[in-house]
Ligand binder design. Structure first.
Ligand SMILES: NC(=O)c1ccc[n+]([C@@H]2O[C@H](COP(=O)([O-])OP(=O)(O)OC[C@H]3O[C@@H](n4cnc5c(N)ncnc54)[C@H](O)[C@@H]3O)[C@@H](O)[C@H]2O)c1
Length: 254
């Protein structure tokens, strides 16, 4: 039987892809035939991730990108257009969390979080639309969180503010640009089992708090999130638009 690649002939930009969920998404997309551009501030880790994708047979490029800087986006899209001639998928994944509760949070730290988590996807979307339109449409995937759907007692207020903003940015873009065949959806993972989290799970309180909120009884994996992103990026999701897609084992259904 002929192998079917779910992102054959597609070109994707994934932000914050040097490590973590962005790297997992970029690798998964490349496995499914996409040419992937990895945008990140961290050139060293980003280049290592690109090499890992290439050694697995994928086509990948690193781009230095600061999502808070408009010119950086303009330069990144110009490079992609020059190198690949088109773009079909943007994953606005880069995000940060300065873990200070509201009563302790410095105003400048709040601004920093808004800059990366909200202004980043806003500027990326602003500048990707003409490029997607030129190619006849595309898919924008914004990385939110369960914290962009419900209040969350273990997370900071600033984080929920930024992730909630991403949820509604997504829906607005989805309805406005559907006429251009541009789909826009958001992903809402619960806590993902990264190395850092695995270490913190040794703390019995952290373990029971985090596992206790997931009906499926385990944490998300980077592969769970990458597979959900793959579906939203692919033509299998051609009629999925404006959806806030939880990857949370039932957490927000509870
Ligand atoms: N890890 C989780 O449990 C979890 C759960 C839900 C949602 N999320 C969201 O998923 C996304 C990725 O999370 P992660 O855990 O992989 O994070 P991470 O910290 O491992 O990786 C984030 C990446 O973003 C990059 N980055 C930071 N600021 C940037 C900027 N200004 N411009 C470009 N790149 C920048 C970093 O260099 C890094 O490579 C974030 O938006 C996060 O809020 C994570």
């Amino acid at each position: 039987m002929r192998a079917v690649y779910r992102l054959e002939k597609k070109v994707a930009l994934i932000t914050g892809a040097a490590q973590g969920l962005g790297a997992a998404i970029a690798s998964r997309f490349a496995e499914e035939g996409a040419v992937v551009f990895l945008g990140d501030l961290n050139a060293e880790a980003g280049s290592n991730t690109v090499e890992a994708i290439k050694s697995n047979g994928g086509k990948a490029f690193f781009l230095t990108l600061n999502v808070t800087n408009e010119q950086s986006w303009i330069d990144a899209f110009a490079t992609i257009e020059k190198e690949a001639g088109r773009l079909d998928i943007l994953v606005n994944n880069a995000g940060i969390n300065i873990r200070e509760p509201i009563e302790e949070m410095k105003a400048e730290n709040f601004d920093t979080m808004l800059g990366v988590n909200v202004k980043g996807p806003f500027l990326g979307t602003k500048h990707v639309i003409p490029l997607l339109r030129k190619g006849g449409g595309g898919s924008i995937i914004n990385m939110s969180s369960v914290c962009g759907l419900v209040g969350h007692r273990y997370t900071t207020e600033a984080y929920t503010v930024t992730k909630g903003a991403v949820t509604l940015l997504t829906k607005t873009i989805a309805v406005r640009y559907a006429k251009d065949n541009i789909r826009c959806n958001s992903l809402h993972p619960s806590t993902v089992e990264t190395d850092l989290v695995a270490e913190r799970l040794k703390d019995p309180q952290f373990r029971s708090e985090r596992l206790g909120e997931v009906p499926l009884g385990r944490l998300a994996t980077a592969a769970d999130v990458a597979n959900a992103a793959l579906f939203l990026a692919s033509d299998e999701a051609a009629f999925i638009n404006g959806v806030a897609f939880p990857v949370d084992g039932g957490t927000t259904a509870d």
